[in-house]
Design a protein around this ligand. Structure first.
Ligand SMILES: [Zn+2]
Length: 235
């Protein structure tokens, strides 16, 4: 049964001008985005196992910083156990560095203060501990990178109380250590969107370098600030 059509006199003329959608332009945009994404990730499909393999295109680790690191001197050939020892020692190391300082000192060449660097290390450890846990507990091996500067902006790193940042660090280190130890035991391999396959031992070394490198950044800031003038224990 056909519905009666609306009589011409009752039809409402739209005040919105009709514009033909430009599908070609839209397709060009999507093709550009797709090309950029493809170039960034360089996904290559390996015949045989039926799954794509991600080829690393983002420089990281020793390729990015040098071996040893040109800045902090970190030696990348350390064992995963040594990497864990470095990370578990970070809270004491940072606490020692900040002794006598406010933690809000600045260096003209660095955007972050010591408290901000500690907060970055906290979030980085949590990010990777969570990624390794996801792979081990639910086989969710894909992990995406994040923009540390955007996270710093969102969390107002430079305004976080140093004592609070250290409090968070102790907890993040504890969770990270448990997650990395379990991931090493299970042979977890993450698939990073820009760095390619990341074994648990690669994550351990990379995260240890992050903490070690930022201790060096904090030292640079405090060297620039001069001798310690504040000591909570001083009378
Ligand atoms: Zn370094």
């Amino acid at each position: 049964m056909r519905l009666p059509s609306t009589p011409p006199e009752l039809r409402v003329k739209s005040s919105i001008p009709h514009v033909e959608p430009d599908f070609k332009a839209a397709r060009r945009t999507f093709e550009t985005l797709d090309t950029l994404t493809h170039r960034r990730r360089q996904l290559t499909y390996q015949p045989g196992n039926g799954s794509e393999r991600i080829t690393a295109v983002e420089k990281w680790g020793a390729d990015l910083y040098g071996d040893p690191c040109a800045g902090c001197g970190f030696n990348w050939s350390l064992t995963p156990e040594e990497a864990i020892r470095i990370v578990t020692g970070l809270p004491a190391r940072y606490r020692e560095l900040l002794d006598g300082y406010t933690g809000h000192e600045r260096h003209p060449e660095l955007a972050w203060n010591p408290a901000a660097y500690i907060s970055h290390v906290v979030d980085n450890l949590r990010h990777w501990a969570e990624g390794l846990a996801g792979a081990r507990l639910s086989e969710a091996t894909d992990i995406l990178g994040y923009d540390p500067d955007l996270l710093a902006q969102a969390r107002h790193y430079n305004d976080i109380a140093p004592a609070a940042a250290l409090w968070s660090l102790e907890r993040a280190v504890s969770a990270w250590s448990a997650s990395v130890t379990a991931a090493l035991r299970h042979g977890v391999v993450l698939r990073h969107d820009a760095r390619g396959p990341q074994r648990a031992q690669d994550v351990a070394r990379n995260n240890a370098h992050d903490g070690y490198h930022h201790a060096w950044d904090i030292e640079r800031i405090l060297d620039f600030a001069g001798p310690a003038i504040f000591s909570p224990g001083a009378s």
